[in-house]
Design a protein. Structure first.
Length: 121
């Protein structure tokens, strides 16, 4: 990752001041730091152009926990994150977990509870 310095300045980086001059190219961790801190620099390569602070237009949206497809062979925590408090997802995960040769008893209990919460409605 590389950036081009747009004005003379001295940021504090890696436990010290770094003197930068207008027109200088900076690479690596310092380049990323300058982008992250909105310093007066412009991207000088594709990696730097692709970088966007979280929440900005064009930045990839962080994936919501539990989004995507269910991987029933994932950890119990991942399965529960996918289920959340959704009774339909809990019933789907429960069905798949019970179809396994060795269902995880603790996971089954938690999925049964979440699935049953939907029956109370």
């Amino acid at each position: 990752m590389r950036v081009k310095v747009l004005e003379n300045f001295s940021p504090y980086y890696n436990y010290g001041l770094v003197a930068l001059t207008k027109g200088e190219e900076v690479s690596g961790g310092l380049a990323l730091y300058l982008l992250q801190t909105a310093s007066p620099v412009e991207p000088a390569d594709e990696d730097a152009r692709a970088w966007r602070p979280p929440g900005t237009v064009g930045a990839p949206e962080p994936e919501e926990p539990g989004s995507g497809e269910l991987d029933i062979d994932a950890t119990a925590a991942d399965v529960l994150a996918w289920v959340g408090d959704n009774p339909e997802r809990a019933a789907e995960a429960l069905e798949l977990e019970l179809a396994k040769d060795r269902p995880r008893s603790t996971l089954v209990k938690q999925l049964e509870k979440t699935a049953a919460d939907g029956d109370d409605s």
